[in-house]
Design a binder for this molecule. Structure first.
Ligand SMILES: *[C@@H]1O[C@H](CO)[C@@H](O)[C@H](O)[C@H]1NC(C)=O
Ligand SMILES: *[C@@H]1O[C@H](CO)[C@@H](O)[C@H](O)[C@H]1NC(C)=O
Ligand SMILES: *[C@@H]1O[C@H](CO)[C@@H](O)[C@H](O)[C@H]1NC(C)=O
Length: 313
């Protein structure tokens, strides 16, 4: 994943000189502010985000649910950079207490600024399309790993002509599973308020807080510390996918065949996203990954309980 980010850095530097079919790959610049709305249609969830990106300053910030949760990625902090997450936490003794968590970069995985827009390396121009009344270029990338065929599309406008700064409007991921012969995943981000400026003080986490480590399991740290990464990366194997192995082990899962395995993995990914998004919303209860994480909606509906399990601490 850090290799992909390194690729993004290279792309940004080289983008001006990369015409594809007479069109230059859109360049969003080294510094920007943008708002977005992440939609997860399988979970019927919409999550507002706001992002600030400063490549030369080696830092970024992304807020979730109108600032309920704030994440700061600071490359030039400590030895290999650090991520700070400021979030309300509800336990049996405290309701929505604001806490700070810290994830330190390492030599292998140094912390780099997180883009809120997809890395357009490998994308190709597909067509022009009028998106919500704005004429946009549509850039597209296909990936396939195993039975999962993912298609990513980004709608981009260039209001002042081909050489002007690109403005992102809409991002869509669609996944088709060739074994299940069905669409098994989709999410979108609607972008707005794009501007090539940020204010320097926006990148400073609030002072005077003691920052603890993220709770276990360690495989979940990246998702908790940097939630947008799994959505804007075009790598078909996300951090959420990597949690499926440990889940199967913990709950002793043995599926009857490959088809069931694909289905269960799919339900697990949707549950993961639902749980993490709900927890970012700063609710007074917290939602956990449990024994039912690989169940379908229909299976869950048969139980009277839902995924809302009060946190026991
Ligand atoms: C975030 O702000 C928008 C616009 O002010 C509002 O419609 C929405 O309900 C807010 N969402 C949350 C989770 O506070
Ligand atoms: C950004 O921070 C990371 C992590 O500390 C570091 O490895 C990298 O060299 C820094 N990049 C720049 C351009 O300063
Ligand atoms: C795009 O759609 C809007 C609304 O339907 C329309 O007013 C506008 O003329 C269209 N623009 C182009 C370039 O087709």
């Amino acid at each position: 994943m850090w290799l992909l980010l390194a690729g993004f850095v290279l792309l940004v530097c080289a983008a001006d000189a990369t015409p594809i079919g007479g069109r230059t790959v859109p360049d969003f610049g080294k510094m920007y502010h943008v708002k977005g709305e992440l939609s997860l249609p399988y979970s019927d969830l919409k999550e507002p985000i706001e992002a600030w990106y400063d490549l030369d300053g080696n830092r970024s910030r992304i807020d979730y649910y109108n600032g309920t949760v704030q994440t700061f990625l600071i490359g030039n902090d400590l030895e290999y950079g650090a991520i700070y997450k400021i979030t309300p936490v509800t336990t049996t003794t405290e309701i929505q207490a604001i806490k700070c968590f810290q994830l330190k970069g390492t030599q292998e995985d140094p912390i780099r600024p997180q883009a809120a827009l997809p890395d357009l390396q490998g994308f190709e121009f597909e067509k022009m399309e009028n998106h919500t009344g704005i004429l946009c270029e549509v850039w597209k990338k296909d990936t396939q790993v195993g039975h999962k065929k993912n298609t990513y599309r980004l709608w981009v406008a260039r209001p002042e002509g081909i050489d002007s700064l690109a403005t992102p409007h809409h991002f869509e991921m669609m996944s088709f599973n060739t074994l299940l012969e069905s669409q098994n995943d989709k999410y979108t981000i609607d972008y707005s308020d794009f501007s090539p400026q940020t204010e320097p003080d926006i990148f400073t986490p609030p002072g005077g807080m003691t920052c603890g480590e993220f709770p276990d399991p360690v495989e979940e740290h990246q998702i908790l510390a940097n939630p947008i990464q799994d959505y804007v990366n075009t790598s078909p194997v996300s951090h959420a996918h990597r949690l499926f192995g440990p889940f199967k082990e913990k709950f002793h899962r043995l599926y009857k065949n490959e088809k069931e395995h694909e289905e269960r993995e799919n339900y697990f990914i949707h549950t993961q996203r639902f749980v993490h998004s709900k927890n970012r919303a700063g609710l007074t209860y917290s939602v956990g990954i449990n024994n039912f994480a690989d169940w379908s909606k229909a299976e869950l509906a048969r139980m009277t309980g839902s995924l809302r399990i009060p946190k026991q601490e």
